[in-house]
Write a protein that binds this ligand. Structure first.
Ligand code: NAP
Length: 340
């Protein structure tokens, strides 16, 4: 075994929100053998077992009375190439953005709109990451998953992952029962350029780009996200704190009478998606600060740790926002961030 059991490890630097917290037991997972050895040699390790990737979508309560497995499996390889496609396998510990950048550098298409999404490749399928009209479910062909109970490695096809909007089997039925060890994606050599989002079109217009490429879309997304989102290196945050709600057409029409400018995106004939950032900003929370916790002045969807925020303060502020949005718009916001 290359990496040994550690106890009472501080987690503050291991998640982007940066609250003070400790893990009772902790292992770095550098090889699949590490996983086998941990389960064989330490059957008594405290449960639950949590897999930590980039820590970009998680906030800890002060003490995690279980075992944290830090995903450090690395390696990217091309496993098949045809005239039209390239199949790439990527170990779970690789940074997602590095994978996107590498594929864009090769000129391959399929994940360029997903640039700068924080976190690891292993975390990406769990919530079916998506942005600017593209989702990882469109390119995933396999997910390798290690089952804690049996010690077996299972390979899930795309269909078996049960992908939905920001959701998958790994977030539901299989949550905390195993760990994703690698993903395999099929990328295209024939770009499928997606410019349906207004922010992307705006940047392309600003730069007078009339024939966008995989590279220019990637650059546009990087620029939008850098402008819009607070940098966790400056202030701790976990990206979007809430999901974007989907409401009925009737509900939306009713809201539109009071707020004719409300942005909306049809999902189907009976439902509409509305941006949470707009709701929170409209309710006056953008830039709000209470002690060391606040709502980003750049993007109302992001809560910020200005220094020594405690998880209880974060929960209290997010509950106040949820309650206010409920009262004003009759919409119940759901948290996207996991509080463990
Ligand atoms: P945004 O671009 O201001 O969009 C806000 C909301 O409006 C989102 O729900 C988005 O849907 C929807 N929307 C905007 N333009 C649309 C269009 N042309 N067609 C359909 N729906 C449209 O959102 P943002 O907060 O700045 O985030 C930018 C992108 O990054 C969004 O796609 C967002 O979902 C994504 N993001 C993903 C994650 C994640 O995977 N965990 C985290 C943060 C942000 P969609 O959500 O369906 O795109």
């Amino acid at each position: 075994m290359t990496h040994y059991l550690k106890k009472n490890i501080p987690l503050q630097a291991l998640h982007t929100f940066g609250v003070e917290a400790f893990a009772e037991y902790y292992f770095d997972i550098h090889t699949l053998e590490d996983l086998d050895t941990i389960l064989r040699n330490y059957p008594e390790i405290p449960k639950p077992v949590l897999c930590l990737g980039g820590g970009s979508n998680i906030i800890f309560r002060q003490h995690y009375a279980g075992t944290v497995l830090a995903m450090r499996l690395m390696g990217i390889s091309i496993i098949e190439e045809t005239d039209d496609t390239v199949t790439v396998r990527c170990a779970a510990g690789e940074q997602w953005h590095s994978l996107v950048e590498w594929t864009v550098n090769q000129g391959w298409s399929g994940i360029e709109n997903l640039a700068l999404i924080p976190g690891t490749c292993g975390a990406a399928p769990i919530q079916n990451i998506g942005a600017y009209g593209m989702e990882i479910k469109e390119t995933i062909i396999a997910v390798e998953w290690y089952d804690f109970a049996s010690g077996q490695k299972n390979i899930f096809t795309n269909e078996q992952c049960h992908f939905e909007y920001r959701d998958s089997i790994f977030k539901k039925e299989l949550a905390n029962k195993g760990i994703i060890t690698a993903i395999t994606l099929q990328l295209s050599k024939k770009p499928d350029i997606r410019t349906s989002y207004a922010d992307i079109r705006r940047i392309l217009e600003e730069k007078h780009i009339t024939e966008p490429t995989v590279r220019t879309i990637f650059d546009a997304v990087v620029e939008i996200r850098t402008r819009k989102l607070p940098d966790p290196k400056e202030y701790g945050n976990a990206g979007s704190f809430f999901k974007n709600p989907v409401i009925s057409i009737e509900h939306f029409r009713h809201l539109q009478q009071s707020y004719p400018e409300i942005p909306h995106y049809p999902i189907d004939d009976i439902t509409v998606k509305v941006p949470t950032g707009w709701l929170i900003e409209k309710a006056g929370w953008k830039g709000f600060r209470r002690g060391d916790i606040g709502v980003s002045p750049k993007q109302a969807l992001v809560l910020i740790n200005y220094g020594k925020a405690h998880t209880e303060e974060i929960i209290a502020l997010s509950n106040d926002i949820v309650q206010d949005i409920q009262q004003r718009f009759s919409i119940t916001l759901e948290r996207e961030v996991s509080i463990i």
